[in-house]
Design a protein around this ligand. Structure first.
Ligand code: SF4
Ligand code: SF4
Length: 255
């Protein structure tokens, strides 16, 4: 399988720390990651971006992860450098909004910001902040606050026994680099069951990674850990396009 032809999304887990403890996330996070926060080294990010340039990568980059990306002390520098190395690739920041300020918004070099809104007061605060910034047309919102959020098993992080034995191309189409600098199964492997060190290509050509990708497509999740506990994953999803509404269309005064 050609790595770059199939890869659509590279996710950088900037921070193992978070400002929140959401019930669909926190149970799967190893305790030591929250208690002793680590932040992804910018050098690893830039080296990976150079590898993507060499391989003519055409997908997206996401600053996201199992913690809150805006906690990374070098977030602005990282965004500027990624856009310098990969100017034609879309760079997206995911955030819970807790630490967003006008200055941060104005200095960030990202194409899109996706705000995960978990409560109405934060939604109102973030919208006010965005309106004072020059990123008004770049901020979109996933409104978890208004709906009942379904707790997926998150590869066993929430429900240990749920298995959806359908094909999954997540390992073929997107990759996830943890704040410690390990490649893991996918974004849903909160427990970090499988880890690979090294370059993107080294990881992707590892025999275990190839074995897992192939068995996910058969599908044969039952022989794969953590996929045998997972009710997430699909085939053909466009990992770069999400159609959330603009934050300007969200009104947290109307419940
Ligand atoms: S990373 Fe996101 S989902 Fe997890 S605890 Fe933080 S805000 Fe909640
Ligand atoms: S089955 Fe679940 S854990 Fe496995 S690669 Fe797919 S989404 Fe990730």
């Amino acid at each position: 399988m050609d790595l770059i032809t199939n890869l659509r999304l590279v996710e950088f887990d900037l921070s193992s720390a978070c400002t929140r403890k959401c019930p669909f996330c926190s149970p799967g996070i190893p305790k030591h990651r929250r208690e002793n926060p680590v932040y992804l080294h910018p050098g690893i990010i830039f080296a990976t971006c150079m590898e993507l340039v060499i391989n003519d990568f055409k997908g997206c980059i996401a600053l996201c992860g199992h913690g809150e990306p805006t906690m990374h002390p070098d977030l602005i520098k990282i965004s500027v450098e990624i856009k310098r190395i990969l100017p034609r690739n879309s760079l997206v920041l995911f955030t819970n909004g807790d630490l967003l300020t006008v200055n941060l918004l104005n200095e960030l070099m990202v194409d899109k910001i996706i705000f995960d809104c978990y409560d109405f007061p934060t939604g109102k605060k973030v919208k006010e902040t965005v309106l004072k910034s020059n990123k008004v047309d770049k901020v979109f919102c996933i409104d978890h606050a208004r709906g009942v959020r379904k707790f997926n098993s998150r590869a066993g992080a929430v429900y240990a026994s749920v298995c959806n034995n359908k094909p999954c191309d997540f390992m073929a189409r997107k990759v996830f680099l943890t704040a410690e600098g390990d490649w893991i199964t996918c974004c849903n492997d909160y427990k970090q069951t499988n880890k690979w060190r090294g370059t993107l290509k080294t990881m992707f050509n590892n025999q275990k990674h190839i074995f897992m990708r192939n068995h996910l497509m058969i599908p044969n999740r039952e022989v794969l850990d953590p996929c045998k506990y997972c009710d997430v994953g699909t085939v053909g999803q466009n990992h770069c396009i999400m159609d959330e509404p603009s934050i300007l269309d969200c009104d947290w005064d109307k419940k």
